[in-house]
Ligand binder design. Structure first.
Ligand SMILES: O=c1ccn([C@@H]2O[C@H](COP(=O)(O)OP(=O)(O)O)[C@@H](O)[C@H]2O)c(=O)[nH]1
Ligand SMILES: [Ca+2]
Length: 465
């Protein structure tokens, strides 16, 4: 693996520095060829190849209902030379925009292609911070496209599809502002030398976000093509929304869940009926705003939003989604875990659907679950690890009850850890000893929805040689 950092903005890099620093870029390159990935992507690409030949036959007929609007319209393209196929996926998240450039190779015409390399780069803040200056937001995409131009040989540019999917940051913007951003972004993609399919720039439905991340993780852990089909559930905690997705084992779950929490799709000759839901406004940063009471009021110039989850003497400014908020602790008032937990509990109480069977299931947790666990040394940043829900609670108590010793690097740490504890325990209803597998990467591949989305993009485009 080759790792090169241009400038840093990962949690590893910001650990011990200002956690709310929002403007920098991170880039790294990964080379990997684990055998199961070869198998996996062989399966994917073989399916695509067959589909191209049998263009009348939809390989995943049942999927149509749920990813109809997610995918660019179907077409059969002669995507690449005999040796390489590329796919570019933008993840426009609420806190940052990321580009994933995946390359696949086919060494011999009669052999199956393999996933060879992923190049990743990100910028902060996310597109939603440019709500009033959409052209400038789109410029961030232009910058990331330069990375793609370096990564993809120019001979392949015209055949390489590029897609951008925005998540909760844009979902929360007024429709007009979100559309203006998407339209500027579309222009920038169209000015690029890459293949821009129909519907290439869109706001992704939260249901897809959960399902695509579930596909990614269960591909990477080998569950989707293993005989046992012991799939794992996923918990994603973004800045503005959070997702839970798993394959129910109990009939009761299927029967008692709200209809829109259950989604069926077919892959590799197996039909999966998943439980998935995305809670908009319950991402980590949106929860900060809610705890501070700043959601309804918005940022008012002189107002300072206060919380017992913050150090008593703190007064500072925090930027989220392009808005600046003044915030601080309660001087001569309450602080510490007990009062903070009561505050964050109000954000989740009665807001989430609970399912009994998750108490005994295996869940992979990533994004801010991972970042905050790593920030507080609950896990190693590089390796991740297994935690129980009560580990987050213990750490929250430790941090919240010793805020006098806080450093300016982490003013929100008490609030974040308390919120994560409340979300897991009182929100989803996990037991305090439910184990969570904290994982950022599986075999060097990021555990995010973007790989699942790229897989479906290639599938949809019938990429072939
Ligand atoms: O490829 C990625 C994309 C995002 N994240 C994490 O996702 C969180 C931020 O969520 P995001 O900005 O995507 O917010 P959303 O739009 O999903 O609410 C942070 O913990 C990031 O470290 C990540 O680990 N890998
Ligand atoms: Ca996300």
């Amino acid at each position: 693996m080759v790792t090169t950092y241009k400038s840093l903005n990962s949690s590893a890099a910001t650990k011990g520095k200002k956690l709310s620093a929002e403007t920098a870029t991170l880039s790294y390159k990964m080379d990997y060829e684990p055998s199961f990935l070869r198998t996996l992507f062989s399966l994917i690409l073989v399916s695509s190849l067959l589909d191209c030949v049998l263009s009348e036959v939809d390989a995943f007929p049942d999927t149509k209902t749920w990813f109809e609007n997610l995918l660019p319209s179907t077409m059969c393209i002669q995507n690449a030379s005999i040796e390489s196929v590329y796919g570019i996926m933008f993840d426009a998240g609420s806190t940052g925009t990321r580009i994933h450039i995946y390359s696949f190779t086919q060494k011999y015409p009669d052999q199956l292609p393999e996933l060879r390399k992923e190049i990743f780069e990100s910028v902060k803040p996310g597109l939603s911070a440019y709500a009033d200056i959409p052209e400038q937001g789109a410029e961030t995409i232009r910058g990331l496209l330069e990375v793609a131009k370096d990564a993809v040989p120019s001979s392949h540019w015209k055949k390489t599809p590029v897609v951008l999917k925005a998540t909760a940051g844009l979902r929360l913007l007024p429709e007009k502002k979100a559309q203006a951003l998407l339209s500027e972004v579309k222009n920038v993609l169209e000015e690029s030398p890459f293949l821009v399919p129909d519907n290439s720039v869109s706001i992704m439905n939260g249901t897809y976000e959960g399902i695509l991340a579930w596909i990614t993780v269960n591909f990477l852990t080998g569950q989707l093509y293993s005989q046992s089909k012991q799939t794992v559930g996923i918990l994603d905690l973004g800045g503005a929304s959070t997702q839970i997705t798993f394959l129910p084992q109990s009939e009761e779950t299927l029967e008692q869940s709200p209809l829109d929490f259950i989604t069926s799709f077919k892959m590799f000759h197996t039909t999966y009926k998943l439980y998935t839901h995305s809670y908009l406004g319950l991402g980590l940063k949106a929860a900060r705003l809610a705890t501070l009471g700043a959601v309804e009021t918005g940022a008012v110039d002189k107002q300072i939003f206060r919380s017992s989850c913050l150090p008593k003497n703190l007064e500072a400014v925090w930027e989220f989604g392009g808005v600046s908020y003044r915030y601080g602790g309660i001087e001569n008032g309450e602080s510490g875990f007990k009062s903070c937990y009561a505050e964050v509990l109000r954000i989740v109480a009665g807001k989430l659907h609970q399912v009994d069977e998750i108490k005994g299931s295996t869940f992979y947790a990533f994004s801010y679950y991972y970042d905050r666990a790593a920030d507080t040394n609950l896990i190693d940043y590089g390796k991740g690890g297994i935690l129980e829900v009560r580990d987050f609670e213990r750490k929250a108590i430790e941090v919240c009850d010793h805020m006098e010793g806080f450093t300016s690097s982490s003013p929100f740490l008490c609030m974040d850890l308390s919120y994560i504890t409340a979300l897991l325990k009182e929100g989803f209803g996990f037991k305090i000893n439910t184990p969570l597998q904290l994982t950022k990467k599986v075999n060097n591949v990021e555990t995010s929805w973007s790989l699942g989305a790229t897989f479906l993009m290639l599938q949809s485009l019938r990429i072939s040689n």
